[in-house]
Design a protein around this ligand. Structure first.
Ligand code: SF4
Length: 239
């Protein structure tokens, strides 16, 4: 069983193609720019306990219009055992229906993926949030202790061809996007592999607290980030 906040039957913004997006309840960090603060609490009366069978039935309804599922949160890796069983069931559903279904994870990267080999054996990829590179910026942004595990996950996923996408929320005056891009490019060079980078424009809509009125990056700022990514030969997109 898992605590499920919501399921979007067909989403085009949670990974490649049309996908069923499953949002699990509970997060282990507290990002200043969180758009879904209601998903942070580990328990919430609006979240519903669902079994793997129940979630899989929701996925079945999307066939043949979906390419797979993406599980997000909160932080879905807090319920990693559920993910293993769910992804195994979805792969079995794909065989039964003769319709390919990929299983992706959208994660803040704070839980080490290498500790879950059975999950990673049925997972097709991870969309990893790299929220900051410098520890002090990361602490300020997330109220977590440090981002060592996120960086280790970046390397591990890259080495194992499981890094579907890196996501960076471009937050002016707080997140040094260029620094993150430089370190990502260094990591790619070091490992000899790469992955697409998605630059997400910070939007204050739905954000509560000190960033509720924080400015969005201007088009000029986004263009600078794009120039930086281009100069580092990164495959990137802007959203
Ligand atoms: S990791 Fe995601 S869900 Fe958790 S606090 Fe940050 S933005 Fe919100």
């Amino acid at each position: 069983m898992a605590l499920v906040r919501k399921i979007i039957p067909q989403s085009t913004v949670d990974g490649p193609g049309n996908r069923t997006a499953v949002f699990l309840q509970g997060c282990n960090i507290r990002c200043l720019y969180c758009h879904n603060p209601e998903t942070q609490a580990l328990h919430d009366p609006e979240a519903r306990e669902m079994s793997v069978e129940e979630v899989t039935e929701e996925v079945r309804k999307g066939i043949p219009f979906i390419r797979g599922i993406t599980v997000s949160g909160g932080e879905c890796m807090l319920q990693a055992d559920f993910l293993t069983t769910l992804f195994t069931a979805v792969k079995s559903l794909a065989r039964e229906t003769n319709h390919p279904l990929s299983c992706l994870i959208d994660s803040n990267g704070t839980v080490p993926f290498e500790r879950f080999p059975q999950l990673m054996a049925v997972c097709d990829g991870v969309m990893l949030d790299v929220k900051a590179w410098d520890t002090d910026v990361y602490q300020r942004l997330t109220r977590a202790n440090d981002n060592t595990t996120v960086k280790q996950n970046l390397v591990w996923l890259l080495k194992h061809d499981l890094l579907t996408e890196i996501r960076i929320v471009c937050l002016p005056d707080i997140v040094d996007v260029e620094t993150i891009l430089h370190h990502i490019a260094e990591t790619f060079d070091f490992i000899g592999k790469n992955a697409p980078v998605r630059l997400l424009r910070f939007r204050p809509h739905g954000v509560i607290g000190e960033l509720a009125n924080h400015p969005m990056p201007t088009d000029e700022q986004m263009a600078c980030y794009a120039d930086c990514a281009r100069s580092l030969h990164l495959a990137f997109s802007i959203k």
